[in-house]
Write a protein that binds this ligand. Structure first.
Ligand code: 5GP
Length: 204
């Protein structure tokens, strides 16, 4: 048997590009991915649930987790903390399951430094105008927060160069299909599997 470790996939991109929607549709389709549920200090939105969308923490709890090294990455985004639990990711990968993170770009860059073998996918807006409309149309936030998110989005687009793949989110279904293709292709990469196959042949 080939003892293959899982692959870590990171979906990131500008605020408002639709990362959450794409991730939910990806997980609606049958697949073997494990979603890493993040920790956050932001308020629960209506329709969200503890342990489904996030693990909701106080500032103190979150800062204790940072101190204890329990987060693979974390970032402050629009006045709140967001972070990825290290143990869940490491244990799940060790079991041979792929893990999927959907995180903002500062956190993605930390994962890139600590976990360069991860596969980094940048979700790109169809156009800046469209991105702006989506942020403004969300309508759940104050004018001040909308402006902050727009400024953040401009900075984030400059960070695309650090990624392995770019997927334009002009259509959610099509974007998800492309992400599924990336996942399949990564499992076929010679540099990931050649040494394991060679080892297998030696053992026989
Ligand atoms: P929201 O508040 O809309 O749920 O998320 C705000 C942003 O935080 C989104 O861009 C989302 O992808 C990102 N995010 C969610 N979880 C994490 C995390 O664990 N780490 C980081 N760095 N960003 C996260």
């Amino acid at each position: 048997m080939i003892d293959e470790k899982g692959i870590l996939f990171i979906l990131s991109g500008p605020s408002g590009v639709g990362k959450g929607t794409v991730r939910k549709e990806l997980f609606n389709r049958a697949n073997d991915l494990a979603y890493s549920i993040s920790m956050t200090t932001r308020e629960k939105r209506s329709g969200e649930a503890e342990g489904v969308d996030y693990f909701y923490k106080t500032n103190e709890e979150f800062e204790r987790m940072i101190e204890a090294g329990q987060l693979l990455e974390y970032a402050r985004f629009v006045n709140n903390y967001y972070g990825t639990p290290r143990k869940y990711v490491e244990d799940t990968l060790a079991e041979g399951k792929d893990v999927f993170l959907e995180i903002e770009v500062q956190g993605a860059m930390q994962v890139k430094n600590n976990f360069p073998e991860g596969v980094f996918i940048f979700l790109f807006p169809p156009s800046l105008e469209e991105l702006k409309n989506r942020i403004v149309d969300r309508g759940t936030e104050s004018q001040d927060l909308v402006l902050k998110r727009l400024k953040e989005a401009q900075n984030e687009i400059d960070m695309m160069d650090a990624y392995d793949y770019v997927v334009v989110n002009d259509d959610v279904n099509y974007a998800v299909t492309k992400i599924q293709s990336i996942i399949q292709s990564e499992h076929c990469r010679r540099d990931r599997i050649a040494s394991q196959y060679k080892q297998l042949l030696k053992e026989e």
